[in-house]
Design a protein around this ligand. Structure first.
Ligand SMILES: Cc1cc2nc3c(=O)[nH]c(=O)nc-3n(C[C@H](O)[C@H](O)[C@H](O)COP(=O)(O)OP(=O)(O)OC[C@H]3O[C@@H](n4cnc5c(N)ncnc54)[C@H](O)[C@@H]3O)c2cc1C
Ligand SMILES: Cc1cc2nc3c(=O)[nH]c(=O)nc-3n(C[C@H](O)[C@H](O)[C@H](O)COP(=O)(O)O)c2cc1C
Length: 496
């Protein structure tokens, strides 16, 4: 904690900007949570994604909290790139942010070598440009038993203490106010005819209307995992790549609305007015909460149907229920081969049983699995991280790993076709003889047990090859791999 007692600000200047950069939504949820907690100490918080914030106005901010996740082997999320490029400019003076207080909360996963790198780099760069870091950087780790909350809860506590010292509470109050805070929004009834635009995606230029051309299972019928090949055709040209617009099952929504007593008001249209609020109830008993909620993956509606006396006032909806996040799928086709109006994805349909033996379905993939040819949907597109090397000296080699040669070797005949035409070297999975399985058990566990371990395992193979066949020492081989990475000859994209 870094407190400069002389540097206290007037309680009138309680404006706070929270800038987040996310790939899959966790940093956004974290930013919202930090804002809620800061409102307890009377701050007016603006929460914005870095990609919609104009970088040149950062200099005029007095208090900024950065919340950034990590992606693609220590890279910053795409939303952070333009702000980060601005901060890296060599002509910036050392005292650029001398009037700016800031702090950083990073999100990452210690299973990756470069844990929370963008957060570390951002915090160092802001300091080197004269910014005053009001409290030590927080680092949320997906591997923590409590997930990101494991580091977030104590970090928020520390942040609030610092804020109260730097920006004393009004009316001689010294403690963080407890109790229920006022909600973030208030509702005013607009009637049913005046709602201007029911679908915000209609105005978002990243989203395009597509119709389903194909929804075909590509794993064997008797295989436990349902993986589908989808083909979409778009009304307009697409140049980069995608996510989607699903919803929860209607029966679950209706049962939830009935439990809450909201059935009669759920379809009315409302105007949202942002309000300050003074305090917010903090979350105690993290371990018990974890055991009750996260560990067994209880859904919100399941919790509320167990605590039947709970009635959440309608105006707290936006404080307590996270917005439905977009889901990401990698494009499994090329516009060079198909056309500028077509794209395919392959999707593992999420179905599993929780520790309480409750069957659970993925929200988005269930929606996708039910699509029929001709159905239309809105799909957002954005550029991926990986591009294949260009030029004649490259020859593409594909190593394809799967559990069973006959059940889940996706697109096997297509790969073989290209291999025969000699524009691809295709190494498919070993035939599953018993002795292979036994010999490879440890390897299979490492490679398939978690996609977090796969990048390290693959890197280890490349390092070993440099050592064994490139005649390099261990240290030279490690440096060789690091150089490949710096030169972007080694890139990776993993998801699970
Ligand atoms: C950059 C990127 C690219 C991706 N590309 C692809 C792709 O090409 N194809 C693809 O199929 N997926 C891909 N994914 C993964 C995909 O986005 C997720 O599977 C997504 O969450 C599915 O959405 P859903 O709404 O159906 O599932 P959700 O409702 O979001 O449920 C998924 C959640 O369910 C839980 N869960 C799932 N299985 C189990 C289990 N066995 N045990 C316990 N809990 C479980 C996990 O908490 C998981 O986070 C990608 C992800 C990223 C980040
Ligand atoms: C493709 C991918 C790559 C990742 N790479 C890293 C990494 O190099 N270092 C790290 O600390 N965390 C890494 N993570 C973990 C994420 O940063 C972590 O799950 C975070 O909570 C995600 O936040 P977000 O949803 O806001 O993007 C990676 C996650 C994904 C999906």
């Amino acid at each position: 904690m870094f407190i400069n007692q002389d540097d206290q600000h007037s309680s009138a200047s309680r404006e706070l900007l929270i800038l987040y950069a996310t790939e899959t939504g966790t940093a956004q949820e974290t930013a919202d949570r930090i804002a809620r907690e800061c409102r307890r100490v009377h701050f007016h918080c603006r929460v914005q994604s870095m990609d919609v914030y104009p970088p040149e106005t950062l200099i005029s901010e007095h208090l900024v909290i950065f919340v950034v996740s990590t992606t693609g082997w220590g890279a910053e999320p795409r939303a952070m790139t333009s702000l980060w490029n601005m901060l890296l400019r060599s002509d910036l003076p050392d005292d650029l942010f001398e009037d700016t207080d800031f702090c950083v909360f990073g999100l990452g996963d210690t299973a990756y070598e470069k844990f929370c790198w963008p957060a570390k780099k951002l915090s160092r760069r802001m300091q080197s440009l004269g910014g005053y870091e009001i409290c030590s950087r927080g680092e949320g780790d997906e591997q923590h038993r409590l997930g990101v909350d494991g580091a977030l809860d104590p970090w928020i506590e520390c942040l609030l203490e610092v804020l109260i010292q730097l920006y004393p509470l009004p009316h001689e109050q010294h403690n963080i106010p407890a109790g229920r805070p006022p909600p973030r929004v208030s509702f005013s009834n607009l009637g049913s005819d005046t709602f201007p635009n029911p679908d915000p995606l209609d105005e978002d230029k990243k989203f395009h209307t597509a119709s389903v051309k194909c929804n075909r299972r590509i794993t064997a019928e008797d295989w436990f995992q349902d993986v589908r090949h989808f083909e979409f055709s778009f009304e307009d040209d697409i140049k980069c790549y995608c996510n989607s617009d699903p919803s929860a099952a209607a029966s679950e929504v209706n049962s939830f609305l009935a439990t809450m007593g909201w059935t009669n008001v759920a379809d009315k249209f409302f105007r949202l007015e942002c309000e300050k609020f003074d305090e917010f109830v903090s979350i105690d008993g993290a371990d018990e909460l974890y055991d009750y909620c996260q560990r067994v993956k209880r859904a919100t509606w399941e919790v509320l149907s167990e605590f039947r006396s709970v009635r959440i006032p309608r105006e707290y909806v936006f404080d307590l229920f996270p917005l439905l996040r977009p889901r990401e799928f990698s494009i499994a086709s090329s516009i060079e081969v198909s056309s500028c109006r077509n794209a395919s994805i392959s999707v593992a349909i999420v179905r599993y049983r929780t520790k309480l033996k409750i069957h659970r379905k993925g929200v988005c993939t269930s929606y996708l699995s039910g699509l029929k040819s001709g159905d239309t949907l809105r799909i957002g597109l954005r550029k991926g991280f990986i591009s294949l090397p260009t030029g004649h000296q490259w020859y593409t080699t594909l190593y394809f790993g799967c559990r069973s040669a006959h059940k889940d070797q996706h697109y096997h005949s297509e790969w073989e076709f290209h291999a025969e035409k000699r524009n691809l070297r295709y190494h498919d999975v070993k035939r599953t003889y018993m002795q292979d399985l036994m010999k490879d058990a440890q390897y299979i566990w490492t490679m398939l047990g978690s996609s977090n371990k796969m990048p390290t395992a693959v890197r280890e193979v490349v390092r070993g090859a440099a050592e064994m066949f490139g005649g390099r020492s261990n240290a030279e081989a490690v440096e060789y791999v690091a150089a490949m990475e710096r030169e972007e000859r080694l890139t990776e994209e993993c998801w699970n």
